[in-house]
Structure formats: structure tokens, C-alpha cells
Design a protein. Sequence first.
Length: 647
Amino acid sequence: RTFRPWRRARSCAILDAMSRRRLLAIAAVVVVLAAACGDAAPPAATTSTTLQAPSTTVAAPTTEAPPPETTAIIAEPVGPGPGGAVVIGDDQVPPTLNPYAPGGDNFIVSIVGQALHTGVWDVDAATLERIPEVVVALPSVANGGLVVNDDGTMTVRYAIRDEAQWADGAPISGDDFAFTAETLLAAHAAEAQRERFEPYGLIDAASIEAGPKTFSLTMAQPSLAHEELFRWLIPHHQVEGTDVMADWDAVPWVSGGPFVFDTWERGDAALGPAGDISLVHNENYWKTDETGTPLPYLDEVTFAFHPETEQLLRAFVTRELDVINPPPWPAEIERVLGTAAEQGAVVAIQNGSIWEHFNFQFGELNRNADSLNRHVEFRRAVAHALDRAAIAADLLSGYGSEMASYLDPYAPAVSGRAWERYPHDPYEARRLLAELCAELGRDCAANPPQVIFSTTQNAEARPRIADHVVAMLSAVGIEVELQMEDSQLYFGETLSRGDWDMGLWAWVGSPGWQPVVAVHDLFDPGAPPPEGSNYYRWGTPPASGTAETFRGGPEVDVTQGPSTVIDEHTARFAEVVDAMQTTIDETELAALVAEAESILADQVVIIPLYSRLVASAHWADELAGFEMNPSLAGHTWNIEKWYRTDR
């Protein structure tokens, strides 16, 4: 089977001790959207816990004397309307304001970019689904935006909103789409950024057709890669003739978003704040609110950078900052921001799109000579032995819950919550182990199953999870040996070679059908390293050669024989993954995703644990309209609707 390089899961991020805000703003592959089925309604896309100020009761005065006269006038908060300024704090300084330049895929570039740039889609905070931005509708088979041609190619059509325009009054047109496509197609041709702009490599340049408010192109094959196109548009009338990648770092091109660039004052992190970026109201912004009032409401937005977390939190507490997106450390947030919550701040902690999972190695290089991973009864016993709710409660400090699917954090609409079939049940775990031992003719009382559990030792969270794993598996008769590793080794040679027994790490998801489909490449039996991303070696054939380590380090030899598990389930999963790659109809895709999830859960290829937290804080007594978005769209996704209540 031919592996399609543009859909490599390597584009996704594996997270260790890295800060979430170091993530790529548009991590194209492995972590993304989804949700499901069942008799009960699925949970909300995210769970959110807000620090609330304690309620107080003031006793009525006992004196009958009238209250003293006062001339103080207490202003009531006002509703949506123009005026005012907001200061947004962040602990990372953007390396550039150009989303397509090197470093432009950094998360903070997207956070600032939401106020300046425009493109085909955004992400809704409530549903975590992509929604149209500058176009009338996102292309689909149902609306005629996606058409499979007789020659096997696929045409993609866009209808641009009539009212959409740039800040200088020029209409946003098909020429802007064409210029963006041609620019990034050329960038894809260069080796340095080829993988980043891989979807543009499928475009037939000769097929591009641009009209005043229409645009179409043809791709080499039916593909969901079209979803990754045109995240941000480049204005043809201004940028043509310049070096797109080099000339727009410090001063961005003309805005298509709610604000326009004013100044970027560089600071000195060693002396305190590391500078700020000032934006002002876009007088030609094309969006209005429900009443027809022009957006944005605010006159000015400033991004102030405080690289030290403590400094960032303190600046918020003293109201130097109106909004922050702090690191999601509940204890630290409660310590520093608890008082602010009593004084009018809303501090929200939500489930984010980075998901931790427990997993098994099925390759012949498994370091455990006594591994029983090849037996599904053993894997199901492990699933019942692990109290995922208790692990999540401990690691998330009570602010989140366990996952029932790897799709829950980023694609709740298609998640089948398939791991609900494995409630914590030590008795069932022991029964399954007893049946397996009898089948193998093994005296498990005298010779209990052995597990070698390994993960990274650098951060606090994973060693804590490891302690839970030891206690929970030991309780059902499985002996566990911990072999904790430095993250460089674990995400280097160990992961690439498949040199572990049971392990733990995280993937990061992103909204859209393309990321949902791409996450299944991680388990594709036809795609082991070095060319594929099935690091688990579930169902894989023999592989040979060398591969660079996951984080781009020195190459390691990944040569090994076939997987210890090759059966009808791995064969069917491979067929489903292949079908996903050429399916563009959303109804058909939903059915394929549901089947894939069901196979992975039934065969216990992985065990999803929990999604990491994201946090936000804003002074709700001064600012309204703020809505945290736990996806990679970030907290500035609807900045045009923020307004001051004290103006």
C-alpha cells in the first residue's frame, strides 16, 4: 500500500514537558475533532470549571435612622457597544506576525493573528467544529463545493461573502485566494517547508479559476486535504511583488480581521515585560452583530508579553491585564487568582485538545520477553484494572474527567465514547486474567503476568500516573516494573524503534475532518516506521531501514519482523483507513470513523486517559463577550465581540 506523505502523523506534536503554548498553531494531523453514539446523550464538547467568588450575606441594619445622603452614582454595566480598550497578557513573544514565515505556525502567532487576519474557517468554541469565516459555506459534497470528476480529480469551489473586504476597502476576492494558493504552492516546492505546505502540493496550478467573489481549484485526487487550505488569506493587491516569507515579519500585511496593526514595541525580558503589540479598530471590518451594529466593539487591543508566569499572573491580579491564558496549573491558578475571582474575575479551567493515553507495544522489539500484549483478553483486563476516573481526578485536580474516546477532546460530534465498555472493575480484570492463564496453561498465581511500564520522568504528571499504574495493575495480580526514561531517550530511540512494553504519552488534536481521519494513521497496520506513524506496530508487516527519531534527532534502525498481532481486526482496520483517505462525503466519513473507533476500543489497542487542561481568566466586571475556546483556535477566536461594560 502506498503511504501518502502529506498525511503523516509526524506533523502532530508529541508533548512531554513542553508548554502548551509552544504548540504549532495549526498542528495539521493527529489531534482533532469528534464524537458519538449510544443511548445517552454525549457530554458537552468540553467541561468547564469556574472559580467562583464565595457568596456573602450582609445583615440588615438594626438602626432606624435614615441612611446618610450620598452623591455617589454607581454606573450599571452597559451592554454591547463601541468603545474602550483591552490588554491581553501572554508569556510568549511571537517570533513573527507572518503566519506563513518560519516560526509563523507558533501558537502565539495565531493568537495575535485572530485579530488581524482572515481565512476560510474558524473553530466554534461550543461545538469545536469548523465554521465558515470569509466564505458563505465550507465546501462539502452536499452543497456542491466538492465535486469528484470523471478523471478521478476533485474540484473545490468557494463562494466568498459579498461584504468581505480588507481594511483598506479593497474587496476580498478570488484573486486573493489564487495568490495565496500560488504562493504556498511555490513554498511547498522548496524543501525547507515542504511538509508544512503539503496540502498545496495536490493543487493543479493550471486549474485555478478566480472571480470577483468566487474561486475554484482542482486537486489531484479526492482528499480531505482541502480543509487545510486558506487558513489565512494573503492580500494579492498589496503583497504581490514582495518576498512573502521575508518582508512581513514585523509589520503584517493589510488586515482582514477586526483590528489593524499599530505598533510593536520590543521590550527586554530581563528587565520585566517583553514588549507589546498594539492594534486599533478596523473601520472597514465587514462583520456586524445580530442587531446590525458594526464590529469590532473595542477601539484598541494591546498584547503585553510577560515571559515569567508569576509575573503574568500578578499583572492580571493588579488589573494591568484584562485577559490572560495562563498555564493550566490548578494549584497555581487557585493560589494566585483565587483572590481575583472574589473581586470580579472569571477564571475558567477546561478540557483541552491534548490527550494522554496508555498504550501497548506489539512489535518484536518489545523489551519485555514475557509480554502478554498480543492477547486481547490481557489488554481488556488491563483496561478494567485501570481506574481512569481516579487517574484523571488526581492529575487534573478535580477540574476534568477521564476520556471515553480519543475523539472526545477535539471532535465530540463524532465520538462513540467506545471505551465506556471498560469501567473500573478489578473483579472482571481478574476473571479475564484467570481465563487467559487457563488457556495458556500458565499458573498465574505462581507466575503472575509481568509488565514493564515506561514513560518520561522529566515532568511531574507522568511519574504520578506511573504510580497509579503500579498500584492498579498490582491489585489484580499483574506485576509491574517501572523503567522511567529521560524524554530525549523516550521520544527518540524508544518511540521510534518500538522499544517499550506498555507506555504513556500525549497527542494533540485539531478540529476538522482531515485531522479526525489523520489520527487513525497512528494505528494504520500498513504504515509502520520508517515511512509510517504506527509506532505501536499493531498489525504491521516486517519493516526495514532507518528513521529519524520522532523529534527530528539522529536516525535509528527500525528493522524488525511482523507484528505479534495480525488478524481479521487489523486487516479490517487497514481497509477502513484506506477508505477514509478517498472519502469526502461527511456521512460516509462518520460511519468509517465510528467503525475505526469501535475496532480500536474492542481490541484495546490504546486506553485513552484524559485530556490536559486549558485555562483563561478575564475581568468579567469590566469585559464581556469573552468566550474561551479550548481548541487551537485559542482565546482570541471571537475578539471582535468583546466589549467593555465600564466604558
